[in-house]
Design a protein around this ligand. Sequence first.
Ligand SMILES: [Fe+2]
Ligand SMILES: [Fe+2]
Length: 314
Amino acid sequence: MNAIDKISDAGRYARCVETSKRVRWDIDEDVIRGRRFDAAHKFLPDGLSLADAFTTLSAEEKRFVSQIQGRTYANIFGLVERFINAKVLELSHDHWFGDQVALEALVRFSDEELKHQALFRRIDAMAGAVLPDGYRFDIDPNGVAHAVLGKSTWAVLALTLHIELFTQLHYRQSIEPDTGLSELFKDVFLYHWKEESQHAILDELEWMRHDGGLTPEQRDRAVDEFIELVAAVDGILQAQAKADAAYFRANCGRAVGEAEARAIGAAFLKAYRWQYIHSGARHPQFGKVLSSLISESQGQRIEVALAALRTSPE
Ligand SMILES: [Fe+2]
Ligand SMILES: [Fe+2]
């Protein structure tokens, strides 16, 4: 790394601290403001819920799907932020006796993720208050965090950058422009996006820094571990798509036959894979950083693994 890169990296940590201070928000005062959800509104926009893929459903049923998916969206963020925060705290160790501004940036990152998890727990409870009983989200954040953190830091940072970039993309391209959404749901992701923008910059800085200390063999193994992590995410999505489709079927107010139920389950999985895997994998910044770190054949290994997640599991 040359002197100019060092100065610009230090400057980027400092900018993250400044912005983090400027945009900082409070769950009740800024985001919720005494409001409740209204079951008359959509939660997730059609571009994320893939409303068009639910070909047999009426407009009201698609709205119910967007509410189920919106609740799951908040829960998935609550889940991944458990391991992201633990990894950030671990990485902060490298800065204890070094750049104190970089340390502050990571401490603020961690503090924000703790607040976001608290926000998403509130959103789950508030969505539960206006939706039918019986919704299940049985994935244990600590169990997932233990499994993820068992992989190398390189692989965890790759997954983390991917997640924190797609959060922003979803907000800017789908949530913000949709005029038919719940204002409260929209605000949750507006405020989340404001703090996530700094996280993605820090993920990239930490990933590049960490990568610089790896041997080619370690990096090659880490590419496989990243692929294993994406497959593990897909396992979670398959389980939740099944749970959410069953909840929809039990609460949509009409009889749903086996063939239609299978189609609804497949549409949930397609939407979840789009939200949590493919939209991030296609993010230009993710592609740019990833390809700067890996070889062409390593990139092809990742491509093949991602392509396998575009077809239905059976
Ligand atoms: Fe977050
Ligand atoms: Fe984050």
